[in-house]
Design a protein around this ligand. Structure first.
Ligand SMILES: Nc1ncnc2c1ncn2[C@@H]1O[C@H](COP(=O)(O)OP(=O)(O)OP(=O)(O)O)[C@@H](O)[C@H]1O
Ligand SMILES: [Mg+2]
Length: 293
């Protein structure tokens, strides 16, 4: 009898393989004073179904890492080296850095989705919410034409908004509502990975909590894998499973968020943790206070 190993059980072969593996990624910006490394040799795995936080002060390279990962990097930025292995559901692994535009387009929204930093301010002011959804959905899935209106209503409900929001214009929405509309659009085509860059920055504390709750729900309800970028360690304490800390273009520490808070290994991580408001002042979700000593 041949020995039965987990690797031979159909459908389970890939269970331990991360959704994304970033290997020795280097991203530079060309400037008049020469090349500036913004991501300087990052190795990082994103596990299927997790919420991975990326922390670090302004300028540490968080957004550059995200846009390079999603192949949205624009000049003067360029990838100087590395590999990004992506394993979408139902298709073979690909190196995102090697894909041509046509194959990348096939992955946008359907497999890879992005909530850019400051995106609340970039909604088209003359388009109703429903039309903004329709554009994204129909550009990638014309076959859904007959279902789009019902889909929009369902997606709005899923992020805790009233269906009537579909008929509104961006100026009629609060910041928190806009952020939830954008979250709903980002999951419309059921992507494997959603990257949210500073999704709560510029929102007040109560709204931040609602947004973090909705992001947590997205993972719990849809099993989407989430990367949440924030300079605010309080956000990571409330929301993420694992956190990667960036400093000067490098990941200096990565681990289970509770462990990182309890026993930070890098002095920079310690200073980030010390800079957040003390418990009692911070907008913690009740059940997550226990995460932080
Ligand atoms: N277009 C650009 N041209 C030149 N340098 C850039 C450009 N964009 C970013 N950089 C530099 O790359 C580094 C990383 O920037 P990045 O925006 O990735 O940081 P960040 O961690 O997202 O910061 P923040 O918290 O402020 O959003 C910084 O030193 C920044 O000055
Ligand atoms: Mg940024």
């Amino acid at each position: 009898m041949p020995e039965v190993t987990a690797a031979r059980v159909p459908g389970t072969e890939l269970t331990d393989e991360p959704l994304v593996e970033i290997k020795d990624l280097r991203v530079h910006y060309r400037t008049t004073k020469g090349d500036v490394p913004a991501v300087n040799g990052v190795d990082l795995a994103i596990r299927r179904g997790e919420i991975l936080g990326i922390a670090g002060e302004s300028g540490s390279g968080k957004t550059t890492l995200a846009v390079a990962l999603l192949r949205l990097l624009r000049p003067p930025g360029y990838v100087a080296g590395g590999e990004i292995v992506f394993r979408p559901r139902g298709s073979p692994p690909v190196d995102l850095l090697e894909l041509d535009e046509r194959r990348l387009r096939a992955l946008r929204w359907k497999a890879l989705s992005y909530l850019p930093q400051g995106s609340m301010n970039s909604m088209n002011p003359v388009m109703r919410v429903a039309d903004q959804f329709r554009d994204v959905i129909l550009e990638h899935r014309r076959d859904l034409r007959g279902d789009v209106d019902a889909m929009i209503r369902r997606l709005l409900r899923q992020v805790g908004l009233d269906e009537n929001v579909a008929r509104m214009y961006p100026h009629e929405l609060s910041g928190g509502m806009k952020q939830r509309v954008l979250m709903a659009i980002s999951i419309a085509l059921e992507p494997d990975l959603v990257v949210a860059d500073e999704p709560t920055t510029a929102l007040d504390v109560t709204i931040q909590r609602v947004i973090l709750q909705s992001l947590g729900d997205l993972r719990d309800q849809f099993g989407v894998t989430l990367v949440v970028i924030s300079h605010d360690m309080g956000v990571h304490a409330q929301l993420v499973d694992r956190v990667a800390v960036m400093y000067e273009g490098k990941v200096v520490e990565v681990g289970d968020v509770r462990q990182v808070f309890k026993r930070p290994q890098h002095p920079y991580t310690k200073s980030l943790i010390e800079s957040i408001p003390k418990i009692g002042e911070a907008p913690w979700r009740e059940e997550q206070r226990s995460r932080v000593p």
